[in-house]
Design a protein around this ligand. Structure first.
Ligand SMILES: Nc1ncnc2c1ncn2[C@@H]1O[C@H](COP(=O)(O)OP(=O)(O)OP(=O)(O)O)[C@@H](O)[C@H]1O
Ligand SMILES: [Mg+2]
Length: 420
């Protein structure tokens, strides 16, 4: 046996918000600890300009929040398939492409897995959403190709892809005791993915599962879109979004959309973007709002604001209660708040599209919702209260099973890897 074929195969869930790695040991799937004891690593990378080091995950976010000079990048997966993928960006050791940055992240995942496994894994099954890019198969293929190149550059030799919702189904299948027809719902940071599958203890042992996958659908809507919507509604107006200027015209909105899109925030810190934002001053009737915008850009508070909005979303959902955040670092006494009713109202159109995509999957499978034995929920955003409410209403009578929010896809990818 060659060294490569005796090395363990792993599953990597390269998520928009969080990544995870799992491997199969005997009959057991094991999620690997990849940041301290944690089995998830936030998909974040920080290039420290002070000492020219690179950091990942929670550590990356913490350094940025502590005010260390450097560049934080999050939601790297959202760049796959976008025109920005071809561009290069400046970090402390020169210009690098986004593919390189993704490769560095995947390489780090491989190294951390190797610490646990005792050797560097070379065979990997990587998850991919049903659509990286909606309604554009060429760009979608380009996104997968970029991810494959990045994985190769990261040192993996044998690389395969599996759809994320199918991986989630394989994980769920480990726990079912009888054959069932299930709609798998994976609502993550960037995408919402669905599959209707036949699962069962006996089927789980088969290598060939194509006949059991009745349909898949996906839409490019996830938690980062919810964050953006809430940021535009609750925080950006404090910086001038929808503010009527002196001539009764609204301040141009591009900057606010970019500032509330996780993967675009960095662009606003470039000298040219700062100059353009300064020039917006004449569009404001209230100079205080413009001053706040300039503090956010000059002090690089964009990711901090986005994180706080995200936390507000999670807290309001978990506690079903109003939440507020202090923005005293922009102006003394400034705050933003969110009530469960605001959230339900703001997210309703996006959630309606997500639920419609779930129904499209069932229809594509040639079924009606009452043919399903269960709806299985995974992905961090599947916990969102208004989402669960909308789903329950439209799949009335079908049991909702809440699964592992963050580890299910990686675990299922490791199950898929055992047949390779
Ligand atoms: N309790 C919660 N309620 C609502 N949303 C939550 C909760 N916990 C986490 N989230 C959201 O879940 C998202 C991350 O979920 P997850 O880690 O499953 O995504 P991902 O796998 O990185 O993304 P994708 O699969 O789309 O590439 C974030 O947008 C986060 O804000
Ligand atoms: Mg995911």
């Amino acid at each position: 046996m060659s060294a490569a074929s005796s090395a363990p195969s792993i599953g990597i869930d390269f998520g928009t918000s969080n990544s995870a790695v799992a491997c199969r040991v005997g009959e057991q799937t094991r999620l690997l600890p990849i940041e301290g004891d944690a089995t998830t690593l936030p998909t974040a990378i920080f290039f420290n300009a002070e000492d020219r080091t690179t950091h990942f995950g929670r550590e990356a976010v913490a350094l940025y929040l502590a005010g260390v000079e450097g560049r934080l990048m999050r939601s790297l997966k959202s760049l796959l398939g976008s025109a920005l993928m071809q561009e290069k960006t400046a970090i402390y050791d020169g210009l690098v492409s986004f593919e390189d940055i993704i490769a560095r992240f995947l390489h780090e995942l491989g190294q951390r897995a190797a610490r646990e496994l005792g050797q560097v894994p070379q065979r990997v099954v990587i998850g991919r959403p049903v659509h990286f890019v909606d309604d554009d198969s060429k760009r979608d293929q380009r996104a997968e190709d970029s991810l494959r190149h990045a994985a190769r550059a990261a040192g993996f030799q044998d690389i395969a892809f599996q759809l994320e919702p199918i991986a989630a189904a394989f994980d769920y299948e480990q726990r079912v005791t009888k054959e069932s027809l299930v709609l798998i719902v994976d609502i993550g940071g960037g995408t919402s993915d669905f599959t209707v599958v036949r699962v069962g203890p006996e089927r789980a042992t088969r290598a060939e599962r194509e006949d059991d996958v009745l349909a898949t659908t996906g839409v490019h809507i996830g938690g980062t879109d919810f964050d953006q919507r809430l940021n535009l509604d609750r925080v950006m107006p404090l910086l001038g979004f929808r503010h009527n200027g002196l001539q009764g015209r609204e301040v141009p909105s591009k900057v606010f959309f970019e500032l509330s899109s996780w993967h675009l925030i960095n662009w606003l810190y470039a000298p040219k973007a700062i100059r353009q934002a300064q020039e917006l001053r004449t569009n404001y009737a209230d100079p205080r709002l413009h001053a706040r915008l300039m503090i956010v850009l000059e002090e690089r508070y964009g990711h901090r604001l986005a994180s706080e909005v995200e936390q507000m979303k999670i807290d309001s959902s978990v506690n079903d209660a109003p939440v507020s955040i202090g923005l005293g670092y922009l102006e003394t006494g400034l705050a933003a708040s969110l009530t469960p009713a605001d959230m339900a109202q703001q997210l309703a159109p996006l959630l309606a599209d997500v639920v419609a995509c779930a129904h499209a999957c069932v229809k594509r499978a040639g079924l009606r919702s009452n043919d399903l034995d269960a709806v299985y929920l995974t992905g961090g955003s599947s916990a969102l209260r208004p989402f669960q409410h909308a789903l329950r209403k439209s799949f009335a009578g079908v049991p909702l099973v809440e699964g592992d929010l963050f580890g299910g896809v990686a675990a299922g990818l490791a199950c898929a890897a055992r047949f390779r």
